[in-house]
Design a protein around this ligand. Structure first.
Ligand code: ADP
Length: 454
C-alpha cells in the first residue's frame, strides 16, 4: 500500500504553501504600489519645482538662478536656451541630450539610467530671443535601489516566514494530534495484548476540545465492551461448570449401560452415548480452561520442562490413534531443549498439535515433532504431511469454534477449540505460534518460547 504523509505533515505543507503564495502576492503588491507611489511623488515634486521657477521668473522678470544660486528647493531644475544649450541650474550630462518636449512629466531612459523629466517652454527672461526651456529632472536610481532592496528583502524574508510557518504549524498540529497518538497506542495495545482493560490516557491539563471528547467517548465505549466481554466470559464459565456434573453422570451411566448391554444394538447405542459424552466433557474442560486463562484465573506452575520428554509422552499417548491410520510419529529433540513452563499445559499443547496431525494426516503419513534453540528463543515444530490448510483459513483456525469444514470435522469428533487452546496457553507462557501450510502437502505448526536462563 502506498505510504501517505501524516495528517500533520499534510496540514503543515498546505499552510506553508498557502503562506508562500500569500507572502509572494502581498510582497509583490506592496513593492509595485510603493514603486508607483514614489514615481508619482517624484513627478509631483519635479512639476512643482519647475512651476515655481517659471512663476518666479515670470513675476520678477529675472533669472532666479543668478540671484539665488543653488537654491535647495530648485535642486532638480535647470534652464536651457530654446536651441537646447545649457544656461544654468542643475546639470546632468546625459539629460542635457534628451529632446525637449512640453507636456507632462515623463520617464526617459538614457545610458541605462531612468529619469523623470518635465519640460516647460517659457518666454522673456532670461534674455533669450524666442524663449527658453525650464527642465526639471530627477534620477530614478534611488527608487530603483529601493526596488532592488525590496526584492532582496523579499527573497530573505520569504524563506524565514516559510520556515516559521512550517515549524509553528508542525508544532501546533503535533500538539493538537497528541491525543490521536494516545488513541492509536491504546487501540494497538488492545489488539496486540488482548488487554481490554487498557484505556486512553487523558492528561489533566488536556484542552476540552473535540479530541478530548472523542477520547472520553471511546473510553466509555471500552468500559461497556469490557463489561460485555466479562459477562460473556462469566457466562461461558458458569455454563461449563453447570454442565460438568450432568455430563459426568451421563458418561458414567453410558459406560454402565455399555457394560450391561445384552446385544449388539444396545452396545452400539451405549457406545454412542459414551462417545458423545466424552466429546462434550472434553469440550467443557477446554471451555473451562480457556475461560480461566481469559479471566487470568488459570493457575500454572512454571518449572523446567524438557520438551523432548514431553514430546515422547504426547507421542506415546496418541500411538493408538496414529496406528489406526498407520501414521508414524517421529520425535527428534535433543535433551538440552528446556523451557520454563507448566508441564501439564505444555503437554496438552503438544498433544493437541500431534492429535490434529493424526486427525488431518494421510493414511501411512507421519507427524514429526522437532525443536531447536535459536539465540534466546526455543522453537518447537509439529509437522505433518496431511491434507493441509488453505491460505485464507490460516488466520481463522485460531478462532474459537472455527472449523474449516464442519461436516468433515464431525467425523473426527472435533469441536474447534483445540488450536484456540494451543494459542491461549502459548501466549500465557509469553510465546507465539503460527502455521505454515500447503493444501495437499501438509502443515507445520511453529511455536516459539523464551529460552530458559541457566
Ligand atoms: P478441531 O477440534 O476441529 O480439530 P482445532 O482448533 O484443533 O479444532 O482446529 C481448527 C481447524 O483447523 C480444524 O477444524 C481443522 O480443519 C484445521 N486444522 C487443525 N490442525 C490441522 C492440521 N494439522 N492439518 C490440517 N488442518 C488442520
Amino acid at each position: 500500500m502506498k505510504k501517505t504523509a501524516s495528517v500533520k505533515t499534510r496540514i503543515t505543507i498546505w499552510y506553508t504553501l498557502l503562506m508562500f503564495v500569500l507572502t509572494i502576492f502581498v510582497l509583490i503588491l506592496v513593492s509595485i504600489l510603493s514603486y508607483r507611489l514614489s514615481i508619482d511623488n517624484i513627478e509631483k515634486d519635479i512639476t512643482l519645482q519647475v512651476t515655481q521657477i517659471s512663476e518666479k521668473i515670470a513675476k520678477h522678470r529675472i533669472n532666479v538662478f543668478e540671484t539665488v544660486d543653488n537654491e535647495k528647493e530648485f535642486r532638480n531644475v535647470s534652464l536651457y536656451e530654446r536651441s537646447g544649450k545649457y544656461i544654468c541650474g542643475q546639470y546632468v550630462y546625459d539629460v542635457a541630450s534628451i529632446e525637449f518636449k512640453p507636456g507632462t512629466a515623463r520617464k526617459e531612459t538614457i545610458n541605462g539610467t531612468s529619469y523623470i523629466v518635465y519640460d516647460v517652454l517659457c518666454h522673456g527672461i532670461p534674455g533669450e530671443h524666442g524663449g527658453f526651456w525650464i527642465r526639471g529632472v530627477e534620477s530614478l536610481s534611488s527608487t530603483m535601489f529601493l526596488k532592488n532592496s525590496a526584492i532582496v528583502i523579499i527573497l530573505v524574508t520569504i524563506p524565514v516566514i516559510l520556515l516559521l510557518t512550517a515549524l509553528g504549524g508542525y508544532y501546533i498540529t503535533k500538539k493538537a494530534f497528541l491525543p490521536i497518538n494516545g488513541i492509536i497506542n491504546t487501540a494497538n495495545n488492545i489488539s496486540v495484548q488482548n488487554d481490554i482493560t487498557e484505556r486512553i490516557t487523558i492528561p489533566h491539563e488536556a484542552k476540552k476540545d473535540e479530541l478530548y471528547n472523542l477520547s472520553l467517548t471511546l473510553n466509555k465505549m471500552l468500559d461497556k465492551i469490557e463489561i460485555l466481554i466479562n459477562r460473556e466470559k462469566q457466562f461461558t464459565s458458569d455454563a461449563s461448570h453447570e454442565l460438568r456434573t450432568p455430563v459426568s453422570v451421563i458418561l458414567a451411566q453410558g459406560e454402565y449401560m455399555l457394560d450391561i448391554a445384552e446385544n449388539d444394538k444396545q452396545k452400539e447405542l451405549a457406545q454412542n452415548i459414551v462417545d458423545k459424552a466424552k466429546q462434550v466433557s472434553k469440550l467443557i474442560s477446554r471451555l473451562l480452561l480457556l475461560s480461566r486463562i481469559d479471566q487470568k484465573r488459570q493457575k500454572f506452575i512454571k518449572e523446567k520442562v524438557n520438551i523432548g520428554v514431553l514430546a515422547d509422552i504426547a507421542a506415546d499417548n496418541l500411538k493408538n490413534a496414529a496406528s489406526e491410520k498407520n501414521i508414524t510419529i517421529i520425535t527428534d529433540i535433543s535433551e538440552d531443549i528446556i523451557i520454563d513452563a507448566d508441564e501439564t499445559l505444555m503437554l496438552s499443547v503438544l498433544t493437541n498439535l500431534v492429535s490434529n496431525g493424526i486427525k488431518y494426516g494421510k493414511q501411512d503419513g507421519y507427524v514429526h515433532i522437532s525443536a531447536f534453540s535459536n539465540g534466546d528463543k526455543v522453537q518447537i515444530m509439529v509437522k505433518d504431511n496431511g491434507i493441509g490448510i488453505k491460505e485464507e483459513d490460516a488466520d481463522k483456525i485460531w478462532t474459537r469454534f472455527y472449523r474449516i469444514d464442519n461436516v468433515r470435522n464431525d467425523e473426527y469428533g472435533s469441536c474447534g477449540l483445540g488450536l484456540a487452546m494451543v494459542k491461549s496457553i502459548t501466549e500465557l507462557h509469553g510465546g507465539t505460534v503460527y502455521v505454515k501450510s500447503s493444501v495437499g502437502h501438509g502443515s507445520e505448526f511453529i511455536l516459539s518460547f523464551n529460552k530458559i536462563n541457566p
